[in-house]
Design a protein around this ligand. Structure first.
Ligand SMILES: [Zn+2]
Length: 302
């Protein structure tokens, strides 16, 4: 039957999972060498795959990439130094016997949660990763939506304000992730704390300190969290009005806050959403950093 590799290429490390059937039998990682326009990324990966598969048949290789991907072609991945790279074709050339799939990393994580995590009972859902930015994966009838140029599900770049105050890494202003990611939360808390009494002046402004103090009832921290939750709830309600998913699955570093965030979010969502969306479920992602390797292996093993 052969083994399947599920791979998650990030800007600092490449996570590699080796699967037998659906079972993860080995997990490791190598550093991402982003020098020289990222030209060593794939050769380094190939060397590691060869080392891990010695003599074994490779049935599938799935790879998640931090950038838009359409039909296996990477449409720019700044964290890797990549422009347009025909990644799937390059990997298939090296491993012609294997079933090769290349997809966006958030999409891979969404598929991973469906294959082995907390989205296992859903076929229609939106996966939302809350970290320094916001990523998204839209799954419809069990298939991820890539869109025409691989930008499908890039919910972090929905524009949710119109005052030009918060510049986004994408070059535009007022994107969703400038308000509802860890970065957005910190910006909001700094704005709110000016001239006001809050323990944030002592602890410093990080997403963790803001959530910790909000739980303890610090007024400014709580207000910042509520503003973040409102931005999340309204934007997910808008997404809901287009897709009417069964559920929103919340992952990424910020989701470690857990039920404190999830309860606030689902409550606010029900207040602001179109009435027919009130039954939409909310769940925390369960695979953490491994979601991407599970998802990549799943699409390569189908
Ligand atoms: Zn943006």
């Amino acid at each position: 039957m052969g083994c399947i590799f599920g791979i998650d290429i990030g800007g600092t490390e490449i996570k590699i999972g080796k699967f037998k059937g659906r079972e993860l039998v080995l997990k490791t990682s190598i550093k991402t060498d982003t020098s020289a326009g990222g030209r060593y990324v794939l050769p380094d990966l190939f060397r590691k795959i060869d080392e891990l598969s010695k003599g074994e048949k490779i049935a599938g290789i799935g790879v998640g990439i931090p950038g838009p991907v359409f039909k296996g072609i990477v449409n720019g991945a700044q964290n890797l130094g990549w422009g347009r790279v025909e990644a799937e074709a390059l990997i298939r050339e090296r491993y012609p016997e294997a079933r090769v799939r290349v997809l966006n990393d958030a999409n891979a994580a969404a598929i991973g949660e469906m294959a082995a995590g907390s989205a296992s009972k859903f076929k229609n859902f939106v996966f939302v990763t809350l970290g320094t930015g916001i990523g998204g994966g839209v799954v419809i009838d069990g298939e991820v939506l890539e869109g025409e140029n691989g930008a499908g599900g890039e919910i972090g770049h929905m524009q949710i304000a119109n005052d030009g105050k918060r510049l986004c890494n994408c070059g535009r202003h007022d994107c969703f992730e400038r308000y509802a990611s860890a970065t957005g939360l910190v910006i909001t808390a700094k704005e709110l704390s000016e001239g006001r009494k809050t323990r944030l002046h002592q602890t410093g402004f990080s997403a963790k300190s803001i959530f910790d103090l909000a739980k303890e009832g610090d007024e400014v921290a709580l207000e910042a969290v509520d503003k973040m939750v409102e931005a999340l709830a309204v934007t997910l309600a808008n997404i809901g009005a287009v897709l009417n998913p069964e559920a929103f699955i919340i992952g990424g570093g910020v989701s470690k806050v857990g039920t404190f965030l999830l309860d606030k979010l689902s409550k606010k969502f029900r207040e602001v959403c179109f009435f027919a969306l009130k039954e939409t479920e909310f769940a925390l992602a369960s695979l953490g950093n491994d979601a991407g390797i599970y998802g990549a292996a799943h699409v390569a093993g189908k």
